[in-house]
Design a protein around this ligand. Sequence first.
Ligand code: HPA
Ligand code: ZN
Length: 339
Amino acid sequence: MNQTQFIQQLPKVELHLHIEGSLEPEMMFALAQRNNIELPFATPEEVKAAYEFNNLQSFLDIYYQGANVLVHEQDFYDLTWAYLKRCQQDNVIHTEIFFDPQTHTSRGIAFATVIEGISRALQEGEKQLGITSRLIMCFLRHLDEQSAFETLEQALPYKEKIIAVGLDSSELGHPPEKFMRVFAKAREEGFLSVAHAGEEGPVSNIYDSLELLNVSRIDHGVRCSDDAVLVAELAEISMPLTVCPLSNTKLKVFEKMEQHNIVELLRQGVRVTINSDDPAYFGGYMTDNFMAVAQSHDVTLQEMAQFTQNAIEASFISNQEKQQLLAKLHAFVERSKQV
Ligand code: HPA
Ligand code: ZN
């Protein structure tokens, strides 16, 4: 089996995917029409042409605008279902999905509309496609603490559908400490936590996410390489980093994929994983992200499989479920040696 076949067929686990970031331009147009919403673009091709970003904020502006076409429960269902069908193509066997309720509630869409549409599709995905999943609710860090508290309150009736809280949006100027109290409350309520940190922001955001927010994983975290002591500590405590290679080059965190530090971090013993972040905006789903890393770095098949192993170990499923996924992975690796 050559490297491309190995990567395509490798069982994958995704831990960093914003469901709103899986909105393909074609669906954006279809939903705009269905919901009578005007788009500032004439065709899906024009939308794609606008996806040239020079930093995180330039992406976020267009990403929030795109989300305006999501109105009804069925829209959230269709969005999630389309993503799960893409997962099936890429041999994604488990996925942990972010959603941003404030992007929708701030436009007058009910929290219930959002979560019911997404979770109905996730249930269907498990039934029809055999893809297991968890849901993570993110607070938008550019909004204030009060709004995050209100969002947490709205989530409480849906507690059993949400495994963790997270923190996304503009990292610069919105450090973890701003959300210390709301994360403490979320943990009291039984949620796990994760946070975007060290994507564009400084290493202090990684330290503070660990110390002040008590996160179980760091989303992105690639700036940790600025601090050798931190890298050693992340390895020591097996802290997972959900790295998103195509996102990082699209948003100019690294100029070129060859400069990306994911393979170096893997070899330094950090529990790094490969993820797609906002695949409709960054030019690729899971297989594309694995391929981008393999084509720009000298990596072995064993290292490729290690990314999946890391993701299984870092996931929010039970130990028994982890053992089942590890068995699937190991069976694939053994099979790949015979063909
Ligand atoms: N960073 C911060 N916020 C986000 C991202 C990201 O990569 N994607 C969607 N919201
Ligand atoms: Zn992200």
